[in-house]
Design a protein. Sequence first.
Length: 353
Amino acid sequence: MQVLNEAKNGWMMPAEWSPHAATWMVWPHNQALWESGWGVTLAEVQVDFARVVNAIARFEPVKLVVDPFAVSRARELCGANVELIELAVNDSWCRDSGPSFVCHPQLGTAGVSWRFNAWGAKSEHDLDEGLARRILNSLGLEGFCTSLANEGGAIHVDGEGTLITTESVLLNPNRNPGISKAEIEQIFARLLGVQKTIWLPGDPQYVTGDMTDGHVDGICAFARPGALMVDATRDSSSVYAEVVRENRRALELATDARGRKFEMLELFEASDAVDTDAEVFCASYTNFYIANGAIIMPAYGIGADDEAAQTLAVAFPGREVVPVRINHLAHGGGGVHCITQQQPAWPLKGLKP
């Protein structure tokens, strides 16, 4: 992979609803991490994960990175149309350790390789810190390197120059000590074509216990330019309710790169699914993934699944809403969006939400 110190003018990160060439994922295989760290069996997590893989594979190609020791299990559970790519890895959160793909009107597709330090050195990452570069190498794509510690789950873009992120992640001393908002915004402008960065508080008091420190993909997601799906809770007295209120307030005060105030549609969290004995549990329906022609939605086997599916169907007319059970996977603190990374199709066309 050719390493470029500066991205040429014209590079931009497309919105997630732009057509995909493929979805990249990384198969879970670290038994000690899941069973000792998160208290669920690896076999159950793999079944959940395979459900997501196979759901996406109905709509677009899936490229599944698999540690060489786990290939047989991945092949057993995943459909024959899923491409397995053997690479040694630590963990299974491709949204964060994989590349953020960018496109250029004349130069095609490339990728940004963020400095991945496992959410502030919270987990072993000696293999995953180079995963983005290895994926880009396998595709023969150029890559933009940066010293900014960042993860794909920490940013959302609308494809029209707007990026949303959180202060509790990117300004956290465990990632980027001493760096300013202005410096980070310049990096986003240069590498992703961003014209305006919107900063949410995130989770500054670490209320959720989420190891990401407050990724934006558990707070909100673009439905289209100028419109957001936002995480909400009906338990107004909970400690999380204040986190929701502060992030919602920041969104209400914001305008996007085109000067628009945001339309917001609420997705109430799956509170009845939360395992109260779990250290963490991802109950956010905003952690959905936009695939070609579909919305792959986290589901938990509770009544709230139906409400979330109906809300997403309103927000994404013309796309099939596909609920996928992730009760075991959710114990790792992430959901459907956290384990997926879109590779845009080239050339870009038909950019409809």
